[in-house]
Design a protein around this ligand. Structure first.
Ligand code: SF4
Length: 679
């Protein structure tokens, strides 16, 4: 690319693909801004997006493959690296069987195109152990809604009059929402309610803020439903036609024990406020509920999302303008279906069958135990692309032990990630500014296929992830399944059933709307559940021997008398400048949050005689870390918050591999008993 030009592409500093315009001079990107033509961000970019060129020019980028020789990772050529990896993968296959290889993708590669090629590679290799960050992000919400009404919804915020944001912080999170859109929502009279144990950036903008006690979400949803039922405010026409078990559920919820007055002691929310929110929500013409990871990182996150799904349905807000809507996916070529049959059952499928069936993948968080105990069979090799299990997965000591026991580990990343410590080979991926890739925007309620376009002719360092998988497959003799010579060829193949080509997409400025937005789609085909209706008591759960009632008796028990661990630990709230572990090496972003801290309320700090900015130890039954205190009223008394992604104060030293959600296998990261110790 000579001279000056502007390339329209998509940001990938997180996985949400905001439109970007990159100004390039003589083949060098010089500046960027948000694309005003992109239907989601319309010109807005967050701090990470604005720092994308700092990633491109980062001196931390890997410039060549690395192969372990003794204690050192030594630079090598690509040919040598691919040959070495292919030999190792065949050796593993011969010695232990193909199921011995686990292939994990993190958010670094995203949830779409690259992940599809990785799963295809796993299928051709014949391992069932493809898995990813879906084992601890978003999938529990998807499962809860899919069990109830067959698919995932997202709120139609531009048309809502009432919005509840529950356990999410879209002002700074990796499921972002342009702040100007939320400002517009409020300007036209929309009411914003935020439910969160922390007064986050989003909560501080709320009309009504509900500082719920960590892990009490099921009780609060039931209290809201109790009010709606007792006041007769549910949508009777909808429930009569679409909710066969409504009467049974209704009778259970109107019991006095689910009243907001009874619930207040558990949730920490006064009954008046719960009544006010329930009535406002039910009486709004259109109301949406935006949910975040805060809901699913508990022992029973799927159940919470089932209850919220029921609330969305019985209030008549499902798939209406301004409500919670379904956005259909485009017709793309499915390259992830088994080609040869997988050789064994995926790891974790005995315990989390529904997760593995629904996702068609292994349960990643079951891998450490499987690697260490060699049960149900040995896992001896692993490929980690764009992910950081040693920091992201609960109980890091176990993950580290597992990674150390592997006989072969390949890491694919842009920079030397913490996982490289355990790697036998490291392959450098290029940045998103150096590769082409399609992206579908259903999570943003947009029936659009968009295009990430490379802004330079050739990667400065590394290869596009897609090309790494194509070349590795070709080195292994799998070329017939990976015939593509470029990312463009791959995209054209993926688009071949969509009615457009890559050239059409380029001609459309990288944005193609594949469907009109429609509402109440269930009136034509019913819901995508086995019964075609809303399933409050899903037969699918019953068949698997799981508790199928969304009302769990245990939720009514108080849980706050623990002598050794009197505080509640919330982990992993997002910091605007980072995506999980990523970007701490970019000075501009690191400056925004330079140190690991824990948030503690002034009342709690006083009890422990702790001052601001003082190093203290946070401990749980799993481990202990040291970090600085930040005394703030953002957090409620009795709870503390530790962000994730810090190598020097890794919060997952404090979380455990026990008590996973029985349906999704999600870990409890947000209601962990803990204590602190002044040093
Ligand atoms: S939210 Fe920020 S990091 Fe994520 S895609 Fe948009 S601009 Fe990039």
């Amino acid at each position: 690319m000579g001279g000056r030009q502007t390339v329209t592409t998509l940001c990938k500093m997180c996985d949400h693909g905001c439109g970007l315009e990159v100004m390039v001079r003589d083949g060098r990107p010089e500046a960027l801004k948000g694309s005003t033509a992109h239907p989601f961000n319309r010109g807005w970019l967050c701090a990470k997006g604005r720092a994308a060129l700092d990633l491109f020019y980062s001196p931390n980028r890997l410039s060549s493959p690395l192969i372990r020789k003794g204690n050192k990772l030594v630079p090598s050529g690509w040919e040598e690296a691919f040959t070495f990896i292919a030999e190792k993968l065949f050796w593993l296959q011969d010695k232990y069987g193909p199921q011995t290889l686990a292939i994990y993708h993190g958010e670094g590669v995203g949830h779409q195109e690259i992940k599809y090629y990785m799963k295809r590679f796993a299928n051709v290799y014949r391992t069932p152990n493809f898995c990813g960050v879906g084992s601890l992000c978003n999938a529990a919400r998807t499962m809860g809604e899919t069990l109830t009404f067959g698919n995932l919804t997202k709120p139609d915020i531009p048309n809502s009059s009432f919005l509840i944001i529950w356990g999410g912080n879209p002002y700074v999170s990796h499921e972002p929402y342009p702040p100007s859109d939320l400002a517009k929502f409020k300007k036209r009279g929309g009411k914003l309610v935020v439910v969160d144990p922390r007064k986050t950036e989003t909560a501080s903008k709320a009309d009504i803020y509900l500082p719920i006690k960590p892990g009490q979400d099921e009780n609060l949803v039931l209290n809201i439903l109790h009010v709606i039922f007792c006041e007769g405010l549910w949508d009777k026409t909808f429930t009569q036609k679409w909710v066969p078990d409504f009467e049974r559920f209704y009778q259970a919820v109107i019991e006095e024990r689910f009243s907001p007055e009874k619930g207040a002691a558990l949730t920490g929310i006064s009954s008046d406020v719960v009544r006010q929110v329930a009535i406002l929500y039910a009486k709004s013409k259109s109301a949406g509920i935006f949910t975040g990871n805060g809901l699913e990182h508990h022992n029973h996150g799927v159940n919470t999302t089932r209850l919220l799904a029921i609330l969305k349905a019985v209030s008549g807000n499902l798939d209406i303008p301004g409500g919670d809507i379904f956005t259909p996916r485009p017709a793309l070529k499915d390259i992830t279906s088994p080609l040869p049959e997988p050789s064994a059952a995926p790891i974790g499928s005995a315990k989390y069958a529904l997760f593995c069936q629904a996702r068609r993948e292994a349960h990643a968080l079951s891998l450490p135990a499987a690697i260490i105990k060699e049960k149900p069979y040995p896992i001896k090799g692993m490929i980690i692309a764009g992910g950081n299990p040693s920091l992201e997965w609960p109980q890091s000591s176990l993950t580290r032990e597992a990674l150390q026991r592997l006989e072969f580990l390949l890491v694919i990343d842009i920079v030397r990630s913490p996982e490289c410590r355990y790697a036998d080979v490291v392959l450098p991926a290029c940045t998103f500014l150096e590769r082409d890739e399609h992206r579908v925007n259903v999570y943003q309620n947009l029936p659009h296929i968009t295009l990430r376009r490379k802004v330079v002719d050739h990667p400065v360092h590394g290869l596009p992830d897609q090309m790494i998988w194509f070349k590795l497959a070709q080195h292994m003799g799998f070329g017939e399944f990976f015939p593509w010579k470029s990312c463009e060829e791959g995209i054209d193949y993926l688009l071949s059933e969509s009615g457009i080509t890559l050239q059409d997409l380029i001609a459309n400025g990288g944005v193609h709307q594949y469907a009109e937005r429609t509402f109440r789609k269930y009136e034509h085909n019913g819901f995508n559940t086995p019964s075609g209706k809303i399933e409050i008591y899903p037969q699918k759960l019953k068949d698997l021997g799981l508790d199928f009632s969304p009302i769990r008796e245990e939720i009514l028990k108080r849980r706050d008398e623990y002598d050794d661990f009197p505080l509640m630990l919330i982990t992993g709230g997002n910091l605007l400048s980072y995506t999980h572990w990523q970007y701490r090496y970019i000075p501009k972003l690191h400056k925004m949050y330079p140190d690991p801290i824990f948030e503690i309320h002034p009342d709690t700090a006083r009890l422990y005689k702790l001052s601001n900015n003082e190093i203290a130890e946070v401990n749980t039954s799993y481990g202990r870390i040291k970090l600085k205190s930040l005394i703030t009223t953002r957090i409620q008394p009795g709870a503390i918050h530790v962000p994730q992604g810090w190598e020097e104060a890794n919060v997952n030293e404090l979380t455990g591999q026990e008590g996973f959600d029985p349906i999704s296998g999600f870990p409890n990261l947000k209601s962990v008993r803990c204590n602190i110790r002044k040093l």
